[in-house]
Design a protein around this ligand. Sequence first.
Ligand code: ZN
Length: 303
Amino acid sequence: MGKWIDSSGTEYKTLKEMCEAHGISVLTVQNRRRNGWTLTEAVEHGLCSGGRKDKVKDHLGNEYSSVASMCKAYGIGRSTFENRIKRGHWTLEKALTTPLLSKLVCNGREYRSRRDMCVKMNISLDTVNQRLKRGMSIEDAVSVPIKKVSKECVDHTGGTFKSLREMAKFYKISCNTIIDRLNKGWDMEKTLTTLPKEISCECTGLNGEAFVSVRKMCEHYGIKRSKFENRTRYGWNTKNALRIPCEFSLRKIPVDYRSMSISYVTCSSNGEPFFKVKCNVCGEEDVLSYDEINEHADKCEGR
Ligand SMILES: [Zn+2]
């Protein structure tokens, strides 16, 4: 018996027993043996610094003062090397000599790109990107289960949803937006009820009401947002752009009324008529209701 003997002369019944005593995996030893290491070297050389021997040998038998200097000699990152050996179970030779295609190494395997890795691991690229942005390591980013998506979610009103996806769908925003906002420290209500693209937009309605967005304001006044924006672009003031119904169209009726020249009138089916007018006194042009025309004329005729 006593087939396995280490440098101190201690005998072991099996290789496994000897490896265990030296705190090294059988696989690593077998890899090293395949690469021409002696049994003693294979079992007793530490993998990283802090191992039993300071000196390490590469697959060709060249000696280095440390793993780090060996890696440097092969132009390979030490963490890449260690990942390859420990997690990918690569041989020493392969771990040292396989060039990096890109910097992306995960669990000892290399990928052309983050996308390539996600496809091969069957995980969403968005999820991985988000996690990396939050400072997770690449290994964690691909291996931590997607808790948030499958866990029951509770909104600000106490309503429960089967998943984040369900809640996001209900509030018509994306899961990523929700996660992003919560990470930014938003509270749940603001997170769920603020629609995208209206975060910094505040609008004032006809009676001074505040709206979080143009869209909300237009909804309130029953006017299409596109219509409102078109009108504004053509120089309408907010008041008219909001209050004059969408089906509004102008009919030419050139007529003078008091101090005002009226050029067009609406033929809206609902609501009061509006007139496009120009004041002959102050030169102001506007779209006004009948009452407003009189008001304006009162003001200007008295001058
Ligand atoms: Zn005037």
